[in-house]
Design a protein around this ligand. Structure first.
Ligand code: PBG
Length: 324
């Protein structure tokens, strides 16, 4: 069939036709909202490069989790900023660490929202790297033990799911084993499986105060030039026991999301990261883009590419729109 018999414009004539043939629909069900927890009481500090997002103390995080739940968003993803950082990232797995306390309080007061925890060390190490430093290098295998201990401490506090993001080899297996040995065999792992060494994490590092003090993360996060390698990374995480796989960032990596969806039979998450959010916010604040339309188009594209779950700083705003 071709022109003039077939005229695609016939079904674009008005919004009712467009609604009927629309292939991709965003849903509140797809969303996870990231939150940043800091020590103290009644703290709510705007993150400059992420307008509308805040570092919050536990009391405010609990109230926020309640609002997120009321909007119908299924889960939050928690990041913690400890009061002290050290070489050994002890704040990451401390029984009364910032995340452990936050999880406890949220699960007590807002039990029916999924509390997902980021499992990484960069917020907790004085040097800002995602693992233990040995001889000037981020050492893979000593880091695995710390990551497993951290994940178990989150589960013990009541986390519904853990999300390892350190990009150490073997981290999913180590964490799965740690969880199983401690009777958390029913706590799922959402693996940051294909996580790139991306400049788009810039605003997040302000939010999480986690920029590396020396060097960069290219020795463990992936080279943005590689696609086949992402499939190998995901294959490993699936074999190690991941329950959900993730591609991160999202928008510059739609091809990776698409391939992952085609090749793997597991729920797929995409992380619409801080920089993707910040650039649209910045352009919108200058009047150069319409924020709402840019958000909808971006998130729709991420879903169209194959993401089942979208982690986004727009989750609340989008839920408000979808609930209207
Ligand atoms: C921790 C982590 C990062 C992000 C999520 N988990 C930062 C990084 O790897 O440097 C980035 C999230 C975002 O930019 O929104 N390793």
């Amino acid at each position: 069939m071709q022109f003039p018999e077939y005229r695609p414009r016939r079904l674009r004539k008005n919004e009712n036709f467009r609604r009927l043939i629309r292939e991709t629909r965003l849903s509140v069900d797809d969303l996870i909202y990231p939150l940043f927890v800091v020590p103290g009481k009644n703290v709510k500090k705007q993150i400059q490069s992420m307008p509308g997002n805040f570092q919050m103390s536990i009391d405010n995080i609990v109230a926020e989790a309640q609002k997120v739940r009321e909007l119908g968003i299924p889960g939050i993803l928690l990041f913690g900023i400890p009061s002290r950082k050290d070489e050994l990232a002890t704040g990451a797995f401390a029984k009364a660490g910032i995340i452990q306390q936050a999880v406890l309080r949220i699960k007590k007061e807002v039990p029916d929202i999924l509390v997902i925890t980021d499992v990484c060390l960069c917020e907790y190490t004085s040097h800002g790297h995602c693992g233990m430093i040995e001889n000037g290098m981020v050492d893979n295998d000593t880091t695995l033990e710390v990551l497993a201990e951290t994940a178990v401490s989150h589960a013990r506090a009541g986390a519904d799911m853990v999300a390892p993001s350190a990009m150490m080899d073997g981290q999913i297996a180590a964490i799965r084993e740690g969880l199983d040995e401690n009777s958390f065999e029913n706590v799922p792992v959402m693996a940051y499986a294909a996580k790139y060494a991306s400049c788009f994490y810039g605003p997040f590092r302000e939010a999480a105060e986690s920029a590396p003090q020396v060097g960069d993360r290219k020795g463990y996060q992936m080279d943005p030039a590689n696609g086949d390698e992402a499939m190998r990374e995901i294959t490993l995480d699936v074999a190690e026991g991941a329950d959900i796989i993730m591609v991160k960032p999202a928008l510059p990596y739609l091809d990776i999301i698409y391939r992952a969806k085609q090749e793997f039979d597991l729920p797929l998450a995409a992380y619409n990261v801080s920089g993707e959010f910040a650039m649209i916010k910045a352009a919108a604040s200058l009047g150069w883009l319409d924020e709402e339309r840019a958000m909808l188009e971006s998130l729709t594209a991420i879903k169209r590419a194959g993401a089942d779950i979208i982690i986004t700083y727009w989750a609340k705003q989008l839920a408000q729109m979808l609930n209207k």
